[in-house]
Design a protein around this ligand. Sequence first.
Ligand SMILES: [Zn+2]
Length: 321
Amino acid sequence: MNIPWLESQRQRIEQALVRQRLGHAPLFCGPAGLGKLELAEWLMARLLCLAPVDQAPCGTCRSCELLASGGHPDSFRLRIPEEKKEIPVDSVRQLISSLQLTPRIGPHRVGLIEPAEAMNRNAANALLKTLEEPAENAWLILVSHQPGQLPATIRSRCQKIVVRPPDDDQATAWLADRHAGVTPADRERALALAAGAPLAASDLLESDGLDFGQRILNGLLQVAQGGPVSAAVGDDWLARPDLTWRWLAVWMAAFMRQSQGLPGTELPDQVALPRPVSAKRLAGLWERTLAGRQMADTAVRHDLLMGKWLLEWARIFPSGQ
Ligand SMILES: [Zn+2]
């Protein structure tokens, strides 16, 4: 694991483990893109390693090798199955029965659920029993981007480990190191879009995340100049509603700052709206992007929601101005 902002936290976990103060059901929580999963995977490797070196997984024992190859008989991963939106109860039951068997390689069996909030109600209930009466050698590691969505009964039986974003300087330096070929402005934009989460910002820079944002901005400007709303919402807007709403929020926030004469790095040079717009109106639209984003994973009609949002946007710019 090489994530500088998690290093001190990793050491604390390690110390708790050595002093036997780490519960058998740690819950890693915090926003996406901070490295919670990496930390959880490190703990899994540490628990399974047969000969830790300096309290870290050795990387060379049979257990470490099996884990790296993905075929460790005492390690179990639970994710959202492909083409599903949640972790079903059957998968959880299977995990529970696997964890109850005697370890095959080392002293522990370890299950890792990510993201834990994707368990549906029945799945969470099935897990509850295991958390109440854990098998002696079993560890259950939970990773959650939105722990508030987990039943309180689950949360209260886990040992919460909160992962926080690094400070801006550390995040910027890390991103610059990994994306030396990208302009500082683009890196800052990605970091702002990712709410300061460096891994998420890095993903945006690696995918076409920034170009996508530029296309959304172009669509907004076209509508502001009197272009048709129907032409602005592209298929790509609807293919990734979460990212679309996030970009709309970024651009609204950037226009708000511009309207108040505040400095901001998100807007590309010389991008300006055809007429001044009050920050209050922009704030109203910004709030609606947050509402849209909260529904990103639901079956709501985003084409209708985005169409309505854009109509509101268009109304700010009466034609001919
Ligand atoms: Zn090892």
